[in-house]
Design a protein around this ligand. Structure first.
Ligand code: SAM
Length: 291
């Protein structure tokens, strides 16, 4: 029988040896099922030539599987207490670079350049800390990293938001941002029983394939994302009211109404009813009118 880190007995043994106590505030729910981990590695498209970036290795359950299947792994861990543990649990693998850093503070692009060959395919793979799923995903995609895919375990409910349609409760600014940069696919739903400690909700593995080109043409990306943020600021408010309050210090109210009329999009609609194409059209109309 294998002696992988990701079994309930080995995990308990490691936790006891180091008297490790979970920090809920860091989203510490460790995976204790090797099959699930191997599924993540397989869906990520990892092979012996690949590079892998991991966020939050914990005690090394996923890191170990990545080290076995990839050429090299770079893992970012914020919790200082885990570093000596990882040195011990992953001591048999020579292709892992552990970095003690908050992923949100890291210059991931530079680290990719330092650790992987220029033509090497690099995949981001992680069982994400749930308290910062959205900021991490937004950072990874907006930093325009030279990675082929991002495969992450996240809360099932958040995964549903990624693939949501307009006019549904799950549809929001995150849905549109991800649609703009990636093609998102929910690979599988994972029960909470495969984690230690068990979270309150089920999870899902989400795979994001980075698009070469966005699906819509946008003249000013920052403004496009401002319009989206504004439109979802208060979900029950109309497009017109949300835009007027968001831009109140910048643009005159009547000017906003004029531009909305010009766009041909009914300003009494709610932001949650607009498709990505309509948001792009609205943002471009504003950009042109304000030039
Ligand atoms: N990969 C391990 C596994 O699957 O068993 C642990 C996953 S656990 C859900 C999340 C991990 O992310 C923890 O080890 C936690 O300490 C780490 N973490 C939390 N916030 C982080 C951050 N901002 N940057 C890097 N690591 C972070």
């Amino acid at each position: 029988m294998s002696n992988y880190i990701a079994t309930p007995s080995r995990t308990k043994e490691i936790l006891n040896k180091y008297k490790f106590t979970f920090k809920k505030s860091l989203g510490q729910n460790f995976l204790v099922d090797v099959n699930i981990l191997q599924n993540i590695v397989k869906h990520a498209g990892i092979d012996k030539d690949s590079g892998a970036i991991e966020i939050g290795p914990g005690i090394g359950a996923l890191t170990e599987q990545l080290a076995i299947h990839a050429d090299k792994v770079v893992a970012f861990e914020i919790d200082q207490r885990l570093l000596p543990i990882l040195k011990d649990t992953l001591g048999d693998y020579s292709n892992i670079n552990l970095i003690h850093q908050d992923i949100l503070e890291a210059n991931v692009k530079e680290i990719i350049e330092e650790n992987f060959a220029p033509d090497q395919k690099v995949h981001v793979v992680a069982n994400l800390p749930y308290y910062i799923t959205t900021p991490i995903l937004m950072k990874l995609i907006q930093d325009k990293l030279p990675v082929s895919s991002i495969t992450v375990m996240i809360q099932k409910e958040v995964a549903e938001r990624m693939a949501a349609e307009p006019n549904t409760k799950s549809y929001g600014s995150l849905t549109i941002a991800l649609q703009y940069y990636t093609e998102a696919e929910v690979v599988m739903v994972v029960p909470k029983t495969v984690f230690m400690p068990q979270p309150n909700v089920d999870s899902a593995i989400l795979k994001l394939n980075l698009r070469e080109k966005p699906p819509v043409h946008v003249q000013d990306e920052d403004f496009f994302f401002d319009i989206i943020k504004a439109s979802f600021a208060q979900r029950r408010k109309t497009l017109q009211n949300n835009l007027k309050s968001f831009f109140k210090d910048k643009y005159d109210k009547d000017m906003i109404t004029d531009i909305l009329l010009q766009s041909g999009i009914d300003f009494k609609r709610r932001g949650e009813s607009l498709s990505i194409e309509e948001f792009a059209h609205l943002a471009n109309t504003f950009t042109n009118a304000l030039q």
